[in-house]
Design a protein around this ligand. Structure first.
Ligand code: MLT
Length: 246
């Protein structure tokens, strides 16, 4: 049975994939919490977090489960980790799904924003992070018409430990530019964008897809940055179709 490794974004945990885990029963779905997220604690200091250390942790988990080449499916920060896996462990990747993500590194201005958000988290806690991020991660349609999703995402952010939030922000700030990797990817790739994603805008994702040989591109309507929770049926259909072709 093909294994699919789901890698969550920031500041979320594996439950952002709950609809996919319930629906994609034809595959072996693996959806861990990254170190410092959800129920995964650990003793790392903030400066020890990086896309490389997240990737190492995931490979160790796959080793522990004796999983060979897997489909890796990452949303946003999860996508940045997919790029790291493709760079460093290409033999472990059967195919890749990139949702609501981008290849470029942070600009100097966005790096300053990471440090400011880390300071906010340290001084004011996860609630302040939720207040700042919620309007950016959800589509206008979701904010207006899906109160249960707004509540679920708020609660997910609130349960994240501040140490993990700060560590992830360091990893995000210092991540490498993955643009040069795109033309070298040789596995099947599905790119999934939300038409109202303010963090990874659809136009940039379509451009990213066109830089990857043979990549498929799917645009999810009325979706922001959290398409698997905002529009689960559409995302599941895209995943089912892609996985069914492998
Ligand atoms: C995420 O969802 O993982 C974050 O939006 C990533 C980012 O801020 O670059």
């Amino acid at each position: 049975m093909t294994a699919v490794l789901f890698i969550h974004g920031f500041p979320f945990d594996h439950l952002m994939w709950r609809h996919q885990l319930a629906a994609l029963t034809r595959w072996r779905c693996i959806a861990p919490d990254l170190p410092g997220a959800g129920t995964s604690r650990g003793s790392k200091s903030a400066d020890e977090f990086s896309m490389g250390s997240y990737a190492d942790d995931l490979i160790a988990r796959l080793d522990g489960l004796q999983v060979g080449p897997a489909v890796v499916c990452g949303l946003s920060m999860g996508g940045y980790i997919v790029f790291e896996l493709l760079r460093r462990f290409p033999e472990r990747i059967r195919a890749a799904v990139l949702l609501n993500t981008k290849a470029a590194a942070d600009t100097p201005e966005s790096k300053r924003g990471r440090d400011a958000l880390a300071a906010t988290a340290q001084h004011s806690g996860a609630q302040a992070v939720a207040d700042e991020l919620l309007p950016k991660v959800l589509a206008r349609a979701t904010l207006e018409r899906q109160p249960a999703v707004v509540r679920e995402v708020t609660e997910m952010i609130l349960r994240q430990p501040v140490s993990g939030l700060v560590g992830a922000l360091r990893a995000l700030r210092d991540r490498p530019d993955s643009t040069p990797l795109l033309a070298r990817i040789r596995v099947p790739v599905l790119v999934v964008a939300g038409d109202d994603d303010q963090i990874a805008p659809a136009a940039g994702m379509e451009e990213m897809a066109s830089a990857i040989r043979g990549a498929q591109y799917v645009l999810i309507p009325e979706s922001g940055h959290l398409s698997p929770l905002e529009r689960p049926a559409a995302v599941n259909a895209a995943l089912n179709a892609f996985l069914g072709q492998l």
